[in-house]
Design a protein around this ligand. Structure first.
Ligand SMILES: [Zn+2]
Ligand SMILES: [Zn+2]
Length: 250
């Protein structure tokens, strides 16, 4: 299983990264976790334009889902002809919300290109992957994911405040992609995002093998986020996400 970080910028794109998008590959199957604004451009550095087999959207904040709209254009109006519909696992409101964002009526919406399935907590198959979705702690319905293949697992927090569900989802995962949006300061709002320290605490409680800090918001210094995380009691390998980074889990 190979993970490529396409976009890791939190809340809005930065100069060096689009918003959230992670590419997982195994047996030639290619699945995206989130498709935030700007990600479709950077994605083409890594795979062909039509090579996405499935998409999981954690939630319907713009920085996690908006590039499904331009990707509808790609799959529908290609000079090579319309491309096969692909599965999109997303919160229940996704078809109507993304149709509105695109500027088309609910029917047929984006369903000519995408086969939407409403996420619920639990496990489903996507190609060779086993995907587990769990509700996170964020102001709108948000799912974290755990993707397993060949005895290895990657967990992704999506956007979340402190969450026991995240600890369970990431239990003994080989790698936890965990959001670290906030500098570690007193009085952080609850139920929204994590600091680097809190991300590391979740990774430690889960017993994850490695921690990649992501959803890095461009107006903060990532070196501060990493320093905060070093105080979270996590003993494994820990680093900042970077657009273009590749993790090969064998
Ligand atoms: Zn976000
Ligand atoms: Zn969000």
């Amino acid at each position: 299983m190979k993970l490529t970080i396409v976009g890791c910028s939190g809340s809005f794109p930065g100069p060096d990264s689009p918003s959230s998008c992670y590419l997982l590959e195994a047996e030639g199957y290619r699945m995206l976790l989130d498709f935030g604004n700007g990600a479709l451009g950077a994605l083409q550095r890594h795979i062909g334009l039509y090579d996405v087999d499935a998409i999981c959207l954690s939630h319907l904040h713009a920085d996690h889902c908006l590039d499904l709209c331009p990707y509808h254009v790609v799959r529908t109006y290609s000079p090579d002809g319309p491309q096969p519909r692909i599965p999109v696992h997303a919160p229940a409101g996704a078809p109507a919300r993304l149709a509105a964002a695109y500027g088309m009526p609910d029917e047929p919406g984006l369903e000519t290109a995408f086969d939407f399935t409403a996420l619920t907590p639990g496990t489903f198959e996507a190609g060779p992957f086993e995907v587990t979705a769990a509700r996170m702690n964020h102001p709108i319905e948000t799912f974290g994911f755990r993707v397993s293949y060949g005895g290895r697992s990657i967990a992704y927090s999506a956007d979340t405040g402190e969450s026991a569900e995240l600890v369970t989802l990431a239990a003994e995962a080989d790698l936890l992609l965990c959001e670290a949006s906030f500098p570690d300061r007193p009085g952080l709002p609850a139920g929204l995002h994590l600091s680097g320290r809190q991300a590391a605490e979740h990774a430690a409680k889960a017993g994850a093998g490695a921690l990649v800090l992501t959803h890095l918001v461009p107006w903060y210094d990532p070196a501060d986020i990493l320093r905060d995380a070093s105080r979270g009691g996590f003993g494994g390998r820990m680093e900042l996400a970077r657009s273009g980074a590749v993790y090969d889990l064998g």
